[in-house]
Design a binder for this molecule. Structure first.
Ligand code: FDA
Length: 303
């Protein structure tokens, strides 16, 4: 947690962003991000579908502060959804509500989610709502609850590191409710979030059991082999659980679960606003920071 907080606060500095934008490909961004365009996102989705994976596509962007950005994001999601349908891709989409104006126009954000959920339904698929920093948890869950009334196929991510999550889950869960359980990727202080890895993992297990017992549909979003083994040890009924993993992370584990016959959905991020997503991936593992620095110093283009 401390490593993550320090690295994220350094990477969120404007100077770090400027350097990253300049050296983008040379930092190895392509390891975690499928490309900048809808076409590149779709291409990655087709490749993964061919291997047998399901996908969820995320048009990168967050902390949008003006209406034009929201309109652009909604339009891109609409285009993406109709392309998914035309291309016969087996997958859905993931949304960040701060990309849809949550920070400055929550009503507009809610309208945008409804619009995208409607377009997803027309395309024969559905939407996952990502969970962001704790400043937005309440706002995101409020919108999720209201949108779910009209679009019950909508899923939401909950973070096991937050102290509040168990009570949120208790109030949300029920038969068929779609919840993605993840550890949590932001820098959160004590008092808001568990700081010790073991506490986060224990809460992850507790949430999973609670949700499955309530008849919910669980997306187990982790690359942690112990948690994956634990999920399997619960012997979930067929159709009550899927695994979700990030594009470019533990591809060996992704394939081994797939080959053992479990549904595995890959989260594919694409778009020009890759920086904050990339920063969170770097902050997850010291080895990733070393990788980025090596790429930069060797002048190699990592794609
Ligand atoms: P952990 O960090 O312990 O990693 C377990 C192992 O996985 C590591 O030992 C390493 O081998 C590998 N690994 C993990 N991260 C890696 C990385 N960045 N690079 C290389 N290897 C890595 N968070 C959030 O706050 N809101 C959200 O909506 C989502 N949504 C989401 C969707 C999906 C599909 C996934 C998989 C994850 C998220 N997350 C998220 C991110 C999540 O909260 C968490 O930060 C990461 O998944 C890393 O945690 P793990 O559970 O993988 O465990």
């Amino acid at each position: 947690m401390l490593y993550r907080r320090v690295v994220l606060s350094l990477l969120e500095h404007p100077a770090a962003r400027t350097i990253a934008r300049r050296y983008g490909p040379a930092l190895g961004v392509g390891r975690f991000v499928a490309g900048e365009t809808v076409e590149e996102g779709l291409e990655a989705a087709r490749r993964l579908n061919e291997k047998g994976f399901l996908v969820t596509l995320d048009y990168l962007g967050e902390a949008v502060r003006e209406g034009r950005g929201v309109e652009e994001a909604v339009l891109t999601y609409r285009t993406l959804l109709s392309s998914l349908r035309r291309a016969g891709v087996r997958g859905d989409v993931s949304l960040k509500l701060t990309q849809l104006g949550l920070a400055f126009a929550p009503d507009r954000a809610e309208g945008a989610v409804r619009e995208i959920a409607g377009a997803a339904r027309e395309a024969g698929t559905s939407v996952w709502i990502d969970m962001e920093s704790s400043a937005y948890t309440e706002g995101i869950l409020g919108i999720y609850r209201r949108v779910r009334a009209a679009y019950p196929e909508t899923g939401v991510a909950l973070q096991a590191y937050l102290l509040r999550t168990e009570s949120d889950l208790r109030s949300l869960t029920g038969p068929g409710v779609r919840v993605r359980i993840c550890k949590g990727a932001y820098a959160e202080p004590p008092g808001v979030a568990y700081q010790r890895r073991e506490e986060v993992e224990e809460n992850f297990r507790r949430l999973l059991v609670l949700h499955l017992r309530a008849g919910g549909y669980a997306a187990v979003a982790t690359h942690d082999e112990n948690l994956i083994r634990y999920a399997l040890s619960l012997q979930p009924e067929a159709g009550s659980l899927e695994f979700q993993m990030l594009y470019g992370v533990r591809t060996d584990l992704q394939e081994s679960l797939l080959h053992r016959g479990y549904p595995v959905r890959i989260y594919i991020p694409f778009g020009r606003e890759w920086y904050l997503y990339f920063a969170r991936r770097v902050a997850e593992r010291p080895a990733n920071l070393t990788f980025v620095l090596r790429q930069l110093l060797s002048g190699r283009g990592g794609g």
